[in-house]
Write a new protein. Structure first.
Length: 351
């Protein structure tokens, strides 16, 4: 049981409460122009907590030089030994909010290799400024950092090539909860690849990310709190599709709300500046629903997020666990973290 945090300077308070509620992991978003600085927030959480694992959720290779990332993780590992996880992806909002497409898998692979080699205490090659440069931690024995305790790798892998890379790196696999048939098919696919690669099935670890709200009995999906807590997870689907021609898509092509998408596209096409509409499109991403996002209704929230009563969600999450997902991570939004964590913890306690 884990939480995803839109990182803020005092996210340590969220991590402390999550630890008290029994959450095993806290994943900190790394979106530099949208959220607070990842390593600063994780560092504060590291000294304020004692059990919960602290994870980059997820880091993007272009946004931090590999030696900087390795130094950051090794520093955190000194503050919270054995409680740090290196989560990485090719990028969605962390890239789009700067007007860029995701990095290539090849670039991410080189990045992972460099960071992991440094964290193993090796001399490795760092590609920068048109050349390769040998680098390593120069004095890890002085106790400034910790590269003794292992730092697991987790990859957000939504496509088949990324899933194959996850298997190659023997990494933890991060997937997005969508609908049961797809979740199971993707899990079956990567488990088959894992076994075909000769990996021990016992070493495979899968994570499902979840956005939504636990409704009160009789509460409407159109309630104010539902829009505030689950609406941001629904709105990112629209954020993705209106930009897919420019940046590509992180999701499948099937989408049941084409009329609502076209209505939002008309709004999107009026955003200024015209050559950087992404600046408005991603404002509030996974944190709040903007006033102009009137298409985010209860019906859309129900369809695009895991929102329902406790009984409904117990059944839904039990299905994910039975399918073979090892960790369920729940997205929380600023200002609602405690209530959302308490509700999700109550659901998980009933599984």
């Amino acid at each position: 049981m884990a939480i995803q945090i839109p990182t803020k300077a005092n996210s340590w308070e969220v991590a402390v409460r999550a630890e008290e509620l029994g959450f095993s992991h806290a994943w900190f978003y790394d979106t530099p122009l949208l959220n607070a600085e990842l390593f600063a927030a994780m560092g504060a959480a590291a000294v304020k907590t004692s059990r919960i694992k602290l994870c980059s959720g997820v880091m993007i290779p272009s946004n931090r030089l590999a030696p900087v990332a390795a130094s950051g993780f090794a520093t955190l590992n000194a503050l919270a030994p054995g409680r740090i996880v290196f989560g990485v992806s090719t990028g969605f909002t962390g890239r789009r909010s700067m007007g860029m497409k995701p990095v290539t898998l090849a670039r991410m692979t080189r990045y992972i290799d460099t960071v992991q080699a440094l964290l193993r205490g090796e001399t490795t090659e760092f590609e920068e400024e048109g050349g390769l440069h040998k680098i390593r931690f120069l004095n890890p024995d002085w106790g400034l950092i910790n590269i003794e305790d292992p730092i697991p790798l987790a990859i957000s892998a939504l496509g088949p090539k990324a899933r194959a890379l996850t298997v190659e790196k023997r990494a933890q696999w991060i997937n997005v909860a969508t609908y049961p048939e797809r979740e199971k098919a993707e899990l079956d696919e990567i488990r088959t690849l894992w076994s075909q690669a000769g990996n021990d099935p016992a070493d495979f670890y899968s994570i499902a990310t979840i956005g939504g709200r636990v409704l009160d009995e009789g509460e409407s999906p159109d309630s104010v709190k539902t829009r505030e807590q689950a609406g941001p997870a629904a709105s990112i689907v629209f954020h993705n599709f209106v930009e897919e021609k420019e940046f590509g898509s992180i999701m499948g092509s099937e989408f049941p709300f084409l009329a609502e998408l076209e209505a939002y596209r008309e709004i999107y096409n009026r955003y200024e500046p015209a050559d950087a509409r992404y600046l408005v499109n991603h404002r509030g991403h996974l944190m709040f629903v903007r006033p102009d996002e009137t298409h985010i209704t209860g019906d859309i929230i129900k369809a695009l997020t895991l929102t329902g009563t406790k009984a409904e969600l117990v059944d839904r999450l039990r299905g994910l666990k039975e399918a073979g997902y090892h960790q369920l991570q729940f997205h929380v939004v600023p200002g609602h973290e405690n209530e959302m964590m308490e509700r999700w913890a109550d659901v998980m306690a009933s599984l």
